[in-house]
Design a protein around this ligand. Structure first.
Ligand SMILES: *Cc1c(COP(=O)(O)O)cnc(C)c1O
Length: 367
C-alpha cells in the first residue's frame, strides 16, 4: 500500500535526540531558542516562538492580536478545523467567507463583505501551501493572523517568505507537514512585544525576568520540548532537500495525470507566488462517486482520503453557529470533490506512476 504521507527522518535526527537525552535537559533548555533563531533566520523574520502544536500557536497568535469574547474573526471554511476552533477557544465567532476557486484560499472580496463593526481580526489560511493574497488582506486595515501550518517554503510574489511579513504567522510540525517534530509548531512575528507575550503565555504566564513561582498573566502549557526542538533543527538542515523532493513529486504527478477528463489538478503558481508543496489534492470530475473512488484506489494499493471537509458543515459548527448547506458554494463544491493522493518527499517516480495509473483506470472504467 502506498501511504498518504511519510516523514524523512535519518541518522541526523537520531543523533540530535540522543544528544538531548544524554544531556539530561529535556525541556526549557538550549535547543528551544536555537531552533527559534534558525527558523526565524530562514524566513527572514525578526522573532519565532516554538509551541506545542500549530493549534496552540494559532490560539496564542489570536490572543496576541487582541481577539476577545464576542468578537468576530473572518476566516476560511476550507481548512483544517483547527483554524476555526482556535477562534471559538476565545469565545469569539468564526465568520466564514467563500474561497477563490483557483487557489482555494479565502477570497479577499468575500472576506471584505463579511467584515462587521465586531470584526477584530482576519485569519487567512495558506491552504495546501499556496500563498494567500496577503497584500489584499493588508489593505483591509485589520489585524491579521496567518495560518501558515501547511505553507513552509511558500513565497509571496514580492519575495517575502510566507510567515515572514511580520503578522503573527503559525507553522505546524505534525508528521505529515513539510518539517516535523512529531507534534509541534512555530509562531513567527516581526513584533518583539508579541514574542514576549507568546513566550510568557506558552509558559503559564510567567515573565522571562520573574521568579518561577510568580505569574503576571493567565497562561497555558504550550511549550515545545528540547527533544522536539532538536529534531526540528535537524529537519531544518534538510528542509531544502525535502521541499525539492515534494516539488519533484508534484511535477511528476502533473505529467502522469495529464488529460484525464474533468479531473482538476492543484493550481499552478501564478505570477511570482510560489507554493510550498504540502499535499497533492485533486478534484474529481463532477458527478463521480468519491467514496467509491477511494475504495477502488485502495484495491489498487493506493491510499487516499477526502481532503478537506468544509468546516461550517461539521456538526459542532452547524449546532453552535447554525450553519447549513449552500452558504459557501465554492467551498462546498471543492470539499465534496477533493481527494488527497499519496505525497511525500521520497516518493519514487514509479510510485507516482502507480497512483496515477490507478486513478486513471478507476475514473475511466465505471461512472
Ligand atoms: C496542521 C494544521 C494546523 C495545526 O495542526 P496541529 O496538529 O495542531 O499542529 C492548523 N491549520 C492547518 C490548515 C493545518 O493544516
Amino acid at each position: 500500500m502506498i501511504p498518504l504521507a511519510r516523514p524523512v527522518l535519518g541518522a541526523e535526527e537520531e543523533a540530535a535526540v540522543l544528544e538531548v537525552l544524554r544531556s539530561g535537559q529535556l525541556s526549557l533548555g538550549p535547543r528551544v531558542p536555537e531552533f527559534e533563531r534558525r527558523f526565524a533566520a530562514r524566513l527572514g523574520v525578526a522573532h519565532a516562538s516554538a509551541v506545542s502544536s500549530g493549534t496552540t500557536g494559532l490560539h496564542l497568535a489570536l490572543r496576541a492580536a487582541g481577539v476577545r469574547d464576542g468578537d468576530e474573526v473572518v476566516t476560511s471554511p476550507f481548512s483544517f478545523v483547527a483554524s476555526a476552533n482556535v477562534i471559538a477557544y476565545e469565545r469569539a465567532r468564526p465568520v466564514f467567507a467563500d474561497i477563490d476557486p483557483r487557489t482555494l484560499n479565502l477570497d479577499p472580496e468575500a472576506a471584505a463583505a463579511a467584515v462587521t463593526p465586531r470584526t477584530t481580526a482576519l485569519l487567512p489560511v495558506h491552504i495546501f501551501g499556496y500563498p494567500a493574497d496577503l497584500p489584499a488582506f493588508e489593505r483591509m486595515g485589520l489585524p491579521i493572523v496567518e495560518d501558515a501550518c501547511e505553507a513552509l517554503g511558500a513565497v509571496h510574489a514580492d519575495g517575502a517568505a510566507v510567515g515572514g511579513r511580520g503578522h503573527p504567522a503559525v507553522f505546524g510540525f505534525y508528521a505529515n507537514k513539510q518539517l516535523t517534530t512529531g507534534e509541534g509548531g512555530m509562531l513567527t512575528t516581526g513584533d518583539a512585544a508579541v514574542k514576549e507575550r507568546v513566550d510568557s503565555e506558552r509558559n503559564q504566564g510567567r515573565a522571562s525576568n520573574m521568579d518561577w513561582l510568580d505569574h503576571d498573566r493567565l497562561g497555558f502549557n504550550y511549550r515545545l520540548s528540547d527533544v522536539a526542538c532538536a529534531i526540528g533543527i535537524a529537519q531544518l538542515q534538510r528542509l531544502d532537500g525535502m521541499l525539492a523532493g515534494r516539488a519533484r513529486v508534484a511535477a511528476a504527478y502533473r505529467e502522469a495525470l495529464a488529460g484525464i477528463e474533468g479531473l482538476q489538478l492543484p493550481c499552478e503558481d501564478s505570477g511570482s507566488d510560489r507554493r510550498g508543496w504540502f499535499v497533492f489534492v485533486v478534484q474529481l470530475p463532477r458527478g463521480r462517486d468519491r467514496d467509491g473512488t477511494i475504495v477502488a484506489l485502495r484495491e489498487h494499493g493506493v491510499q487516499s482520503k477526502p481532503y478537506l471537509p468544509a468546516i461550517h458543515l461539521m456538526s459542532f459548527y452547524r449546532e453552535t453557529f447554525g450553519h447549513r448547506e449552500g452558504e459557501f458554494p465554492v467551498c462546498e463544491d471543492v470539499a465534496a470533490r477533493s481527494i488527497a493522493l499519496p505525497f511525500f518527499p521520497e516518493m519514487t517516480e514509479s510510485q507516482v506512476q502507480q497512483v496515477s495509473d490507478a486513478l486513471r483506470a478507476v475514473l475511466e472504467s465505471s461512472p
